[in-house]
Design a binder for this molecule. Structure first.
Ligand code: SAM
Length: 345
């Protein structure tokens, strides 16, 4: 290790060890699945790849963790897609889901865990282990009594063959292209035989990728210059990491917000977008509520789908942002189509 890297590593090490000791003490069951001898190697990887402070931290200027956490207070906005992901893990029988432990590798502050706790009956609930590289995200999850482990998706502390499911979702594009194959291999290593890896992201060239390049990149504090995915790339990772079987499909993954009035639901939606993507520069650019209006116009322009172009049924999802009145409440739905790869070890 170079000496500057060495100094940072030593500083980082004590912080990291404190976290690991906390997990050992508070979560002895899960500690059995962890290989603590890997800690040193993991710290070296984090420091060499400048992952000590990421875009999703909460205690540093120009990071967007705090506003991201604020957006996640609206726990169910993305629940339709998350339910879809859970169904992919269970496939044949939802009852079997409760026997599985799923490692959520880009878990943030535990949103997927919270959605499952909120919507799934106890008898269907898998055990979800939230895992993330950001200290801010992991600390927030732990402070809310959610089991959460700090580790990079590329290099895991878990033992070989230790979990039934691994999930890379809602941020897989953050993993650099040249580390994506090793991330998939690492996920496969920790999966039990017959276990499933689900990789979820959005297609290059689609509305979500355009949203990131036209809106998030210029108007968020952190910028957002990450390549998304395509079907061939996903297939290549499953093929090269030697998964027994795999398939790639589309998943309907909208934002859904509910309000008492049309105005309220529109405001909730644009506030959600501002926080979710940390669009601070847009707030600076447009005074008062103008940023909300501009954002609504931009989202309406970008989030449009023609499902037949994707070889999907025309009723796969909404074609554009729609507001409908349902049981006296206004429901706003913004369509998004994710691409998901499902591999069986
Ligand atoms: C968009 S957030 C998604 C969080 C959560 N799954 C959700 O849906 O709210 C992406 C997360 O990926 C994490 N992340 C980015 N690169 C990572 C890496 N290499 N290893 C682990 N986590 C990473 C970030 O810290 C962030 O919390």
């Amino acid at each position: 290790m170079r000496s500057d890297i060495m100094t940072t590593a030593i500083k980082y090490q004590s912080d990291f060890n404190e976290h690991i000791n906390f997990i050992k003490k508070e979560y002895p069951n899960i500690s059995e699945a962890i290989n603590f001898d890997k800690v040193e190697e993991l710290i070296k990887f984090i420091v060499e790849n400048n992952l000590e402070v990421t875009d999703f931290e909460t205690e540093f200027e120009d990071t967007r963790g705090s506003s991201y956490i604020k957006a996640q207070e609206e726990v169910l906005v993305r629940s339709k897609g998350i339910e879809g992901i859970m169904k992919l893990f269970s496939e044949d029988s939802m009852e079997k889901l409760c026997e599985k432990t799923i490692l959520d590798l880009l878990g943030g502050n535990g949103l997927i865990f919270k959605v499952v706790q909120t919507l799934f009956p106890t008898s269907y609930r898998p055990s979800i282990i939230t895992s993330d590289i950001s200290k801010g995200m992991i600390d927030n999850a732990l402070n809310n009594n959610i089991l959460a482990i700090r580790q990079p998706a590329q290099k895991l502390l878990f033992k070989d063959d230790s979990v039934e499911g691994v999930l890379l979702a809602y941020g897989t594009h953050h993993i650099p292209k040249n580390q994506r194959l090793e991330t998939v291999c690492e996920a496969k290593r920790v999966l039990k035989k017959g276990g499933k890896l689900i990789i979820h992201d959005f297609e290059e060239g689609g509305p979500v990728a355009r949203w990131f390049s036209d809106v998030v990149h210029p108007f968020s504090l952190t910028g957002h210059d990450f390549p998304h995915f395509n079907k061939e790339e996903l297939e290549q990772y499953f093929y090269e990491s030697d998964f027994k079987e795999y398939k790639i499909e589309y998943l309907y993954d909208p934002f859904i917000l509910i309000g008492e009035t049309e105005k309220e639901v529109k405001n909730k939606f644009t506030d959600y977008l501002l926080n979710m993507y940390g669009l601070e520069k847009l707030i600076d650019l447009y005074p008062n509520n103008m940023s909300n209006e501009k954002l609504f116009e931009k989202a309406e322009e970008i989030f449009k789908y023609n499902y037949e172009d994707l070889n999907l049924y025309s009723d796969f999802g909404k074609e554009k942002i729609t507001i409908t009145l349902n049981n006296n409440k206004f429901h706003l739905e913004m369509p998004r189509v994710a691409i998901v790869g499902i591999g069986v070890k």
